[in-house]
Structures are given as C-alpha cells and as structure tokens.
Design a protein around this ligand. Structure first.
Ligand SMILES: C[S@@+](CC[C@H](N)C(=O)[O-])C[C@H]1O[C@@H](n2cnc3c(N)ncnc32)[C@H](O)[C@@H]1O
Length: 346
C-alpha cells in the first residue's frame, strides 16, 4: 500500500473559512509541583524534569496535536481488529508500558481494552488527565534512568519519540526494553517521517513544505538527536537482540485531497494534527539549532505563516510516511544468554 499512488478526489473544493473545523477540547491540570509547572520559553511550556535537551512542548496546544496524532494512527489501521498495536501479545497480557506517553491517549485506550492488565505510561511531564481507569498508571520519570519496575512487560510501546535521544541513548533504551520484557514479550514502535512529499508534482520543489523535512533533519543533527528515527529503529531493535521483526509502512495524506473516503478522513485529521503541532515542532529546534544560525522567535513565526498557507492549499497533494515496527524478545532462555555473551564479546 505504501508504494501505491493515492488517487486525488476530482470533486475537491476549497473550504471556506466559515466552514466548521474539527474542534477538540483541551484539558488542563492543576498538579501543584515545579515539575507540573514546567519551564516557559517563547510562550510555550516545556518539561522541567531534566536539562533542556528535548524539542517538544508539553502544553495544552501540543497535547491536542498528540491526541490528533493518536487518532491518525488509529485511522491508519482502522480495518484491523486492533488498531492500537500489531504485536500478537495474546488475550491476557499482564503488564504493558508506554514510553513517552504524552497526553496518555494510547495508554488509556489500551487499559480500557485490557482491563486485567496494568498499563503504565511514563513521561517527563504529567499527562493532563483528571480520571484514569484503575489499571492505568501514569508516572513522571526520565526513561533513560535505570528502570525500577520489577514485573516483566508483555508489551513495550513507543510512538513519535523521534529526536528524543542520542544514538547512544537509543541503544541503551532498546537494551533496557529487552531486559525488562518477559521472554516472548514484544516491543512496538511507530514513527513519522518528517519529510513531506507528493507523487504528482503538486508540491513545488521551492515550497516551504518541500524543504520542511531537510530543515528539521538538519536541526536534529546539530542537536545530536536525530529526527530520522523511523529509518533507523528497525536496525537498532534488531541489534538489541529482538527477533521475529515486522514492519509496516503507511503513506499518510496531508489534507482532504484523496478520493478514497478513509484516506480523506485520515488526510483531514493529519492536516489538523500538523496545524496544532506546527509551532511546537518548530520553535525549540529552530531557535536553538536553525541554519545557518539559530532563528529568532519572529523568524519562526513568519516561516510558520507560510507553512500554514501551503497546508491549506488543496491543490497540493502532499503526504508523509509513517512506519511501524514490532519485534519479539526470544522465548528461549538459552538464546537470550547466547545473545548476551555475543554482545559482551563484541
Ligand atoms: C512527540 S511526544 C509523543 C507522545 C505520545 N507517545 C504520542 O504518540 O501521542 C514524545 C513524548 O516523549 C516524552 N519524552 C521525551 N524524552 C523522554 C524521556 N527521556 N523520558 C520520558 N519521556 C520522554 C516527551 O515528554 C513527549 O511527551
């Protein structure tokens, strides 16, 4: 499916400003602690648990983008019996972990689906939730610290964690995942490619959107925390000792231009996802690592005005890739020990 061209809807019209747009409620939380207050920069709130090394704000605007991203991911696998994940963990998982849970949407949905499992969501910033099912636990922590959970997990899930860690950090994280999964347990990761494409030349090569991907990949490189995670995660997961590796690549339209009804819905949601996330994707990375030198807040704002214009233009048939990888920890103790020995001697 990912290498197929998406047909353009010939009846597409230009929406008027007065037409209703998607409207999502933003939650606020009043957890009274320094961690929950975060750190304010350029009008956005960032996590305050660890040093200033991570790009995404943790505020209502960005939580709205996380929620829309969650909906896009679910729509992509709408026709599957379980659109939340693909790892075949069976009917009775006991322990599930969501790393970098964000607004907590995935953890909450999985906790609903498996009421007998304990689902943990961990993040640098507390998710804005007022009620959680009793089998869902949110924890504020840096996942790069040594883990203290005792129970082996049946599934560890990561989504949109691009740009969170250095290459060494990723290596250590996959190793922690491997060590903390039950034999036969699964890891699953889903990541967006930041590059924007079109198949029919409708995205002008000199457009802001066409240059978006390389602009941000450059920022990630200068930050030492690459944004190309969707390209590298499979090999890194394999290198950590996982077996039975599966992969699915999705082509995700931006905007309502596809003819296919489901893809049109996905495109609308993704357009909204981009609109609400844009400033949060751009502000930290460009004001710290923009080229040729860090940008001012005003320069970022002007850039984003142009991105928004192009995002609204339904003559542009843009899309991006999303990749899902899932893999299993070997069941066999002997195989795990051999892998550990191989790693020690390499
Ligand atoms: C782009 S958001 C994605 C959120 C969520 N996974 C989703 O798909 O909606 C990435 C999240 O990872 C969290 N994160 C980044 N580095 C982390 C770390 N070292 N430990 C825990 N969480 C981290 C961020 O705070 C942020 O909420």
């Amino acid at each position: 499916m990912a290498d197929q061209r998406i047909d353009v809807d010939p009846n597409l019209h230009f929406p008027r400003e007065s037409e209703p747009s998607l409207d999502f409620e933003s939650d606020t939380t009043s957890i009274a602690s320094e961690i929950a207050k975060g750190r304010i920069e350029n009008g956005r709130r960032y996590q305050a648990l660890k040093d200033d090394v991570y790009w995404s704000p943790s505020d209502e605007q960005q939580f709205e983008a996380f929620e829309l991203g969650h909906m896009v991911c679910i729509m992509l696998d709408y026709h599957r019996s379980n659109p939340l994940f693909s790892a075949p963990i069976g009917e009775n998982p006991k322990h599930i972990l969501d790393i970098g849970t964000g607004k907590g949407n995935w953890a909450l949905d999985v906790a609903d689906q498996y009421p007998d499992a304990t689902v943990r969501g961990v993040d640098l910033f507390p998710p804005p939730v007022t009620w959680v099912p009793p089998n869902c636990i949110f924890e504020v922590d840096d996942i790069q610290r040594e883990w203290t959970w005792r129970e082996p997990f049946d599934l560890i899930h990561l989504r949109q964690m691009l740009g969170s860690f250095t290459a060494e950090g990723w290596k250590g994280l996959y190793q922690q995942c491997f060590n903390n999964l039950a034999p036969g347990g699964w890891i699953e990761q889903i990541e967006f490619d930041v590059r924007v494409k079109s198949d029919d030349g409708s995205l002008p090569p000199d457009s802001v959107l066409a240059g978006w991907g390389d602009n941000f990949i450059g920022c990630g490189e200068r930050a030492g925390q690459s944004l190309t995670t969707q390209e590298t995660m499979r090999a890194s997961i394999e290198a950590a000792g996982f077996v039975d590796v599966h992969e699915r690549l999705y082509k995700v339209p931006m905007g309502p231009w596809p003819k296919d009804k489901l893809l049109k819905e996905v495109g609308l949601l993704n357009q909204q996802h981009w609109k609400s996330g844009l400033e949060g994707y751009a502000m930290w990375l460009l004001t710290k690592f923009g080229a040729p030198s860090p940008w001012t807040k005003e320069e970022v704002e002007i850039y984003l005005v142009n991105v928004r214009k192009e995002l609204k233009d339904t003559r542009i048939h843009a899309y991006g890739y999303v990749r899902r990888v899932w893999a299993r920890k070997p069941r066999d103790d002997h195989m795990i020990q051999t892998l550990a020995k191989d790693k020690e001697s390499s």
